[in-house]
Design a protein around this ligand. Structure first.
Ligand code: NDP
Length: 246
């Protein structure tokens, strides 16, 4: 039997990059997968169509993570469509990099709404449905432990908040048999962090394995944490960064 057979997952930001790879991997492991998108409707629908054509179950839901009402609706739609929820993957995230003095208060709201508040809101809704064996997996960043240089303050602050969220919530949900984990990728080749830039050359120079990660690397780790094999891991994080933080 497939590792995630009969499981129902919701992935935020599943239209591109790491989130899209997570959607595909969870579906390949047998889960029914709902996922959200904000801008990339066509890409999201293509992914859902491909999974469904291959005999899986996937739906793409338009939901802006900056809007709490959208997230609440996405959780409801997942439960209505598939009959429950076992795995929440909080993946959607944005990066705004600037010298600190150039940042605005509005940018604080943009980053915190998507990278932190949306995680809180989605989880608050999801826990109404999760049962024993449930999983909350959030995508943070290796930068929560290592601000790699200038222009990272706002993003690093948002990703550090997820560590506190993971620790505290693991205690709250442990008695219910639900695990809470954080995956902290390092440089991973996506639209957010392409592997062919000057910044990428610098990043590689700091890595023990001087090679960008792939979205499939991160998706594999998420699938492991979501599976039965991940049942004893909670309240902590796994950094998957090619040794950037070593
Ligand atoms: P991309 O920018 O390549 O993709 C982001 C995804 O999130 C897209 O599917 C996008 O959907 C979605 N998204 C963004 N904003 C919103 C929103 N407001 N509402 C709903 N969905 C949204 O990013 P990555 O795949 O690289 O990043 C995924 C996660 O991994 C993020 O949390 C990021 O911080 C983290 N990360 C990435 C690293 C990297 O090197 N790539 C390193 C460390 C962490 P759409 O196009 O439909 O708007």
């Amino acid at each position: 039997m497939k590792k995630l057979a009969n499981k129902i997952a919701l992935v935020t930001g599943g239209s591109r990059g790491i989130g899209a790879a997570i959607v595909r991997r969870l579906a390949a492991e047998g889960a029914s997968v709902a996922f959200t998108y904000s801008q990339s409707a066509e890409k999201a629908q293509t992914i859902a169509n491909e999974i469904n054509a291959a005999g899986g179950h996937a739906i793409a839901i338009g939901a802006d993570s900056a809007r709490s009402a959208d997230i609440i609706q996405a959780v409801s739609q997942t439960v209505a469509e598939f009959g429950g929820l076992d795995i929440l993957v909080n993946n959607a995230g944005i990066y705004i990099g600037k010298d600190f003095h150039q940042h605005t208060i509005d940018e604080y709201d943009q980053i915190m709404d998507v990278n932190v508040k949306a995680v809180y809101v989605a989880t608050l809704e999801a826990v109404k449905h999760l049962k024993t064996g449930g999983r909350i997996i959030t995508i943070g960043s290796n930068m929560a432990d290592n601000a790699i240089g200038t222009q990272t303050t706002l993003y690093t602050m948002s990703k550090s908040a997820l560590q506190g969220f993971t620790r505290g919530l693991a205690r709250d949900l442990g008695p219910k048999g639900i695990t809470v984990t954080l995956v902290q990728p390092g440089p991973t080749n996506t639209d957010m962090n392409p592997a062919d830039t000057e910044h990428a050359d610098y990043a590689r120079s700091r890595m023990a394995l001087p090679k960008y990660g792939t979205v499939e690397d991160v998706a594999g780790l998420v699938a492991f944490l979501a599976s039965e094999e991940g049942k004893q891991i909670t309240g902590s994080w796994v950094t998957i960064d090619g040794g950037f933080n070593a």
